[in-house]
Design a protein around this ligand. Structure first.
Ligand SMILES: *[C@@H]1O[C@H](CO)[C@@H](O)[C@H](O)[C@H]1NC(C)=O
Ligand SMILES: [Cu+2]
Length: 115
């Protein structure tokens, strides 16, 4: 499976001692939200941000078609839908607690593989 087809999103979360009390709220994908637009687009969105522990990510999407799964690095690479956490509300708020990489994919059948 080509890694370029993996539909997910990587956030690099950096520790910020100075901003520990009040974080920034990021809407994933900006106005388009969390939708089928490809890994490159999502990575471009993420690459323009400087995420810190204490920031909030909001995922907005149509929950008839999509969901949000936080997965491990390995499960991200393989589109494995074995989730650390699964979110299905269509308007989910996630606040990473530790510095490091956070991996998300949709989890709906075939969406990760389709990019
Ligand atoms: C998916 O990941 C889980 C745990 O991360 C693992 O137990 C399982 O074997 C994986 N499945 C495949 C098909 O790789
Ligand atoms: Cu999806």
């Amino acid at each position: 499976m080509a890694l370029s087809n993996i539909a997910t999103l990587v956030f690099v979360v950096m520790m910020a001692f100075s901003g520990a009390c009040s974080g920034v709220v990021y809407r994933v994908g900006d106005s388009a939200g969390w939708t089928s637009r490809g890994l490159a687009d999502h990575n471009n969105w993420a690459s323009t941000k400087d995420f810190n522990v204490g920031d909030t990510l909001t995922f907005a999407y149509n929950n008839q078609f999509h969901k949000v799964m936080q997965v491990s690095d390995q499960d991200f690479q393989s589109c494995n839908a074995s989730a650390i956490s699964t979110y299905t509300s269509g308007s989910d708020t996630i606040t990473p607690k530790r510095p490091g990489h956070c991996y998300f994919h949709c989890g709906a059948p075939g969406h990760c593989q389709a990019g």
